[in-house]
Design a protein around this ligand. Structure first.
Ligand code: ATP
Ligand code: MG
Length: 269
């Protein structure tokens, strides 16, 4: 059954969408079937994968409203094993429309339940808010991946996110875990980055991903070409770092025996 990972942080511009697109593309490039669901009315993950705006197209909005099935909403992408459920800015209304619906926090979870078998990973790109759209993503998810920038105020707002996760565990989704905290747009050479990294390590312990994402212009350029970095510039530091992050996450969820050949090789080297 597919592992559902919500990429969330209510802080804006921390690299959620860049992480969602490039992580999903890297999973797919590692030959695991992957679905990216754009849960943000800004629709940046949708345009970042090259889909033009189309208000008529079936989107995450229709999934949330129970007006379409995932099979009807899924779009193929340039990468063979990557599919996308697109968003549209009309989804902004969903926050209000959902308020009076039945099981309003479970709409996305219910919608995705029929397609979980088909994908090894389902990645949800969340909006920069702790609204009903993000809540739906966190209730649908097995785990949350939190992109953060290594800046002075990095931990500000994190306690609010942690409280929200606690509340969701208590009320809607007791199994929700933290997949990891990933540092984005990192410039490791600065003292500030080193200090913030040390502080985050103390706070999150092993939940802080070993892989960090450097500031890399290719990652910023790729969406305007409608492609993930690993197609736009596969040798860029940005593309490579997301491939490493995907491998790190896949390794956490592989059965133990799958790691055996690598250990064998190490012994003979
Ligand atoms: N590692 C990186 N190197 C350089 N630029 C980056 C990197 N990661 C993200 N960016 C750029 O930073 C901006 C914000 O990134 P992104 O859109 O991924 O953040 P977000 O958290 O999804 O934003 P929002 O909260 O608005 O949804 C974008 O212009 C993106 O191209
Ligand atoms: Mg975004």
């Amino acid at each position: 059954m597919g592992r559902i990972i919500a990429v969330a942080n209510q802080k804006g511009g921390v690299g959620k969408t860049t992480t969602a697109i490039n992580l999903a593309a890297s999973f797919a490039a590692a030959e695991v079937n992957t679905l990216l669901v754009d849960c943000d009315p800004q629709s940046n993950a949708t345009s970042g994968l090259g889909l033009v705006r189309d208000p008529e197209r079936i989107s995450t909005y229709h999934l949330l409203m129970g007006a379409a099935s995932p099979e009807q909403a899924v779009q193929p992408t340039e990468i063979e094993q990557l599919w996308l459920v697109p968003a549209h800015k009309n989804m902004i209304g969903a926050n209000i429309e959902l308020v009076d619906t039945e099981r309003r926090e479970f709409r996305l979870r219910d919608a995705l339940s029929s397609c979980r078998e088909r994908y090894q990973f389902i990645v949800l790109d969340c909006p920069p808010a702790l609204d009903l759209l993000t809540l739906n993503a966190l209730v649908a998810a097995d785990a949350v991946l939190i992109p953060m920038q290594a800046e002075y105020f990095a931990l500000e707002g994190i306690s609010e996110l942690m409280d929200t996760l606690e509340r969701i565990r208590g009320s809607f989704n007791p199994e929700l875990t933290i997949e990891g905290v990933v540092l984005t747009m990192l410039d490791e050479r600065t003292n500030l980055a080193q200090q913030v990294m040390a502080e985050l390590k103390r706070f999150f312990g092993e939940k802080l991903c070993e892989t960090t994402i450097p500031r890399n212009i290719r990652l910023a350029e790729a969406p305007s070409h409608g492609r993930p970095a690993l197609l736009y510039d596969p040798r860029s530091k940005g593309a490579e770092s997301y491939i490493r992050l995907a491998k790190e996450i896949i390794a956490h969820h592989l059965p133990v025996e799958a790691a055996a050949p690598v250990q064998e090789m190490d012994k003979t080297a």
